[in-house]
Write a protein that binds this ligand. Structure first.
Ligand SMILES: Nc1ncnc2c1ncn2[C@@H]1O[C@H](COP(=O)(O)OP(=O)(O)OP(=O)(O)O)[C@@H](O)[C@H]1O
Ligand SMILES: [Mg+2]
Length: 382
């Protein structure tokens, strides 16, 4: 028999029935505790997500018992008593010891006179979404890797040519019976070693960038050195495209705690976008018979925003800018105005995600035909 037939629609009983039904049947896990912090209700989805057969395995336990980082959960429970709603991600542990990632929305239940009655939390399994995001970051890294490959071949060619020239010179000399001084030979070998070291440092750098030597830890770094590293690889390519680079860095910039390869990837994306826009404008201007100087200006400054010290990186180009109709779309995954064999449209959405994961912001300011500025704010000490 359906609900509508057995109870009056609009009655309190009906309201309770549908609320109860919603709680039980939603795919989101839901739990309540009493005022002492012990779980007194968990819905079907909770049992399913955590793989418990019976509600008895859950009732009476503390919420933190179902998570890997118990301290984090305790902290968040406390925070949800002070604030209205607390949203966070946490690694949950199933009955069988396997783990999964949940997005938790927690709040505290209070009586009319403000007395604390218990905690409430709804939890969605976001493991799949996280995996997809990671796959996207990886796909984006491959794109930026391709961007850097051009610069890489140039960087590698120089020391290789050097080594070959020195070795060939010595070989020809020996074949012709030239009498080398031992110091002269030593000097030549030193040059070969130096050039080989240069190549191996380039390879190390590329491996790090490609995520082959995964540094999953955050590192304290000087942001300027990261930007300069990126230019090591794409600087040559930008010069070939006749793009002038101006760098304006504040002098006493503090160190910042970041995932180095990810932030590098953001810079490669943003600089490649500026390059593409400048190239496109170059073609338009050439067709109109106009002179056009391609410029990218990179500014790094520090500032206090709401008591927190921030590093602000601005990448400004004088390219084509962004037309009004695209302003709301450029951060969307797969949105691109470029030929599909050249671009995936993932660059900005990935960059946005990376900066968000660093608790920062990525915004832009663009005028059609006049260029675009992309501005990254990174809080220090997060
Ligand atoms: N500096 C810029 N100037 C003008 N337009 C820009 C700039 N940066 C991004 N855009 C616009 O935003 C769109 C999306 O950028 P995004 O980096 O996400 O993808 P893409 O560059 O097209 O492709 P991918 O980065 O995946 O190779 C671009 O196609 C372009 O239209
Ligand atoms: Mg791009």
């Amino acid at each position: 028999m359906s609900i509508e037939k057995s109870v009056n629609i609009g009655s309190l009983e009906y309201e309770l029935l549908i609320k109860g039904h919603a709680l039980e049947k939603t795919s989101v896990a839901i739990g309540f505790t009493d005022s002492s912090g012990k779980i007194m209700y968990a819905n079907e989805a909770f049992l399913k997500m955590w793989k418990f057969e019976s509600i008895d395995n859950v009732i009476g336990h503390s919420p933190q018992d179902f998570f890997v980082n118990q301290e984090l959960i305790k902290e968040k429970l406390k925070a949800s008593m002070d604030n209205n709603v607390v949203v966070y991600e946490a690694e949950a542990m199933r009955n069988d010891g396997t783990t999964f990632l949940v997005n938790v929305t927690a709040s505290s239940l209070k009586s009319e006179n403000g007395e604390f009655i218990g905690h409430f939390a709804s939890m969605a399994d976001v493991t799949e979404r996280k995996l997809k995001e990671e796959r996207m970051i990886h796909a984006g890294r491959l794109t930026s890797l391709a961007e850097m490959a051009g610069g890489l071949s140039h960087e590698m060619n120089q020391p290789l040519t050097g080594i070959r020239t020195v070795a060939q010179g010595v070989l020809i000399g020996l074949e012709r019976g030239w009498d080398y001084e031992i110091d002269e030979i030593k000097e030549k070998f030193k040059m070969i070693i130096e050039q080989s070291d240069r190549m191996s440092s380039i390879i190390t750098h590329m491996r790090e960038f490609a995520g082959l030597d995964k540094v999953l830890e955050k590192e304290e770094v000087n942001i300027v050195s990261i930007i300069d590293d990126v230019f090591k690889f794409i600087g040559q390519q930008l010069r070939k495209h006749d793009i002038n680079i101006t760098k304006k860095y504040d002098t006493d910039l503090p160190q910042i705690n970041i995932y180095r390869t990810q932030i590098q990837q953001v810079f490669v994306n943003l600089i490649a976008n500026a390059r593409d826009s400048l190239d496109e404008k170059g073609v338009v201007c050439a067709n109109d018979g106009k002179e056009f100087d391609k410029n990218i200006i990179i500014t790094v400054t520090k500032d206090h925003i709401d008591e927190v010290e921030n590093i602000i990186i601005k990448i400004k180009d004088n390219g084509l800018g962004i037309p009004q109709e695209n302003i709301d779309k450029i951060f969307d995954p797969f949105f691109t105005t470029k030929p599909s064999d050249k671009a995936s449209g993932l660059g900005l959405s990935i960059s946005y995600g990376i900066i968000r994961d660093h608790f920062g912001s990525l915004i832009f300011d663009a005028t059609e035909n006049e260029g675009a500025s992309f501005i990254i704010n990174l809080p220090i000490g997060k």
